[in-house]
Design a protein around this ligand. Structure first.
Ligand code: PLP
Ligand code: FES
Length: 401
């Protein structure tokens, strides 16, 4: 528990680990040289950057450290992967993606479709958030330059069968990119033996700072830089390196690897405890996404007949930070595209609430959330016109069980 309360919004961003910060600090004041410089100041920083690259390589289980390109974060990595591949294969005019991607992929695909004449196949999901494999296979063909499908969904934590998808893409002659921003550091990976060609990750989702990330580019893949200029990052990403951020990402990758077992045992057990207690204590709520195949830290519960926004406000009053699956907080009355894609009824989608834990979450915190949530939901329902109209509230849960 921090001074501001209980933080269960780790899929939005995480706290920088104090050990990560400690690794970064000398890069601001003592080791401030430009890594491209031909003197000791520069060489010291260059050495640190190469150390960080090896840590990210280890976390991804990649074959070569040269396959890691540092970027400014998940959005830049996603944009670079797609734009690079389209430029490398100018004759191919189709892209395959999913309806539940992050805007870093979806908005770019919308743009490429509307302004650049590309054909975009957006593969749908079932009511558990699982990808429509038949539609995916049907969309693959000789005209597809790149497939970009996320490893795990940020709202529900649902994990896609990335290896299978990558192999199918490869067989069809397409480059396979995955936005693994939510998956990296939470589940083990061995890219060295994988068909994945490109992978995006972001530092601030794994206890490194905001504004640093990486793109994995498999050795031998055709690559065209998005930023042109100096020869940094082997000419794949021009611009003087964000050395403190890179070193922070390296330190965070090292820690994530060390804590991988904890994430998949203790953190997962806390998530399950929270979820089971809420489901047992609160009527008319259900878990969205695929409970059997998702990130160990994420739990998204849809509370019927109430607004996610109101739930968040009352949680905030109780010093608990969570997140709403609905987009109303961003000025729209529409529920999120992920909830809509899964066909979650409006009466439930508006009440979708995401609790995302981290290795810093304690049992005491989870116990407090368990104690507070049922009262908040009951209070809001007592004020909700939909709830009283519903009388004995309608049961949507069987559709999703
Ligand atoms: C799945 C996914 N992709 C991409 C991003 C964007 O990453 P960044 O904030 O580092 O640009 C996020 C962050 O919310 C995300 O959850
Ligand atoms: S949560 Fe506010 S409009 Fe749906």
């Amino acid at each position: 528990m921090t001074a501001q309360g209980i933080y269960l919004d780790n899929n939005a961003t995480t706290r920088v680990d104090p050990d990560v910060l400690a690794e970064m600090l000398p890069l601001f004041t003592e080791q401030f040289g430009n890594p491209s410089s031909m003197h000791g100041f520069g060489a010291a920083v260059g050495g640190k950057i190469e150390w960080a690259r090896k840590q990210v390589q280890a976390l991804l289980g990649a074959a070569h450290d040269s396959e890691i390109v540092f970027t400014s974060g998940g959005t830049e990595s996603d944009n670079t992967a797609i734009l690079s591949t389209l430029e490398a294969y100018p004759k191919k005019k189709s892209i395959v993606t999913s309806v539940v991607e992050h805007p870093a992929v979806l908005a770019l695909c919308d743009y490429l479709e509307k302004k650049r004449g590309y054909t975009v196949h957006r593969i749908g999901v079932d009511n558990r958030g699982n990808l429509d494999l038949d539609a995916y296979k049907a969309a693959l063909g000789p005209d597809v330059a790149i497939v970009s499908i996320m490893w795990a969904n940020n709202e529900t934590g649902t994990i896609f069968p990335i290896e299978e998808l990558a192999q199918l893409a490869k067989a069809a002659g397409a480059v396979f990119h995955t936005d693994a921003v939510q998956a990296v550091g939470k589940i083990p990976m061995t890219l060295a033996t994988s068909a994945v060609d490109m992978l995006s990750l972001s530092g601030h989702k794994l206890h490194a700072p905001k504004g640093i990330g990486a793109l994995y580019v498999k050795r031998g893949l055709r690559f065209r830089p998005m930023l042109r200029g100096g020869h940094q990052e082997r000419s794949r990403r021009a611009g003087t390196e964000n050395a403190p951020g890179i070193v922070g990402l390296g330190a965070a990758a090292q820690l994530a690897l060390m804590h991988m077992t904890d994430e998949n045992t203790r953190v997962k057990a806390l998530r399950d405890k929270l979820e089971q207690a809420i489901l047992a204590a609160v009527p008319n709520c259900f878990v969205t996404g695929n409970p059997a195949n998702r990130l160990p830290n994420t739990c998204n519960v849809a509370f019927e007949y109430i607004e996610g926004e109101a739930i968040l406000l009352l949680l905030n009053e109780a010093d608990i930070a969570a997140s709403s699956g609905s987009a109303c907080t961003s000025g729209s009355l529409e529920p999120s595209h992920v909830m809509r894609a899964m066909g979650v009824p409006y009466t439930a989608a508006h009440g979708a609430t995401r609790f995302s834990l981290s290795r810093e979450t304690t049992e005491e915190e989870i116990d407090r959330v368990i104690a507070v949530v049922p009262g908040i939901i009951a209070k809001l329902r007592s004020l909700s016109p939909y709830w009283s109209q519903a009388g004995a509230p309608k049961e949507f849960a069987p559709v999703y069980s």
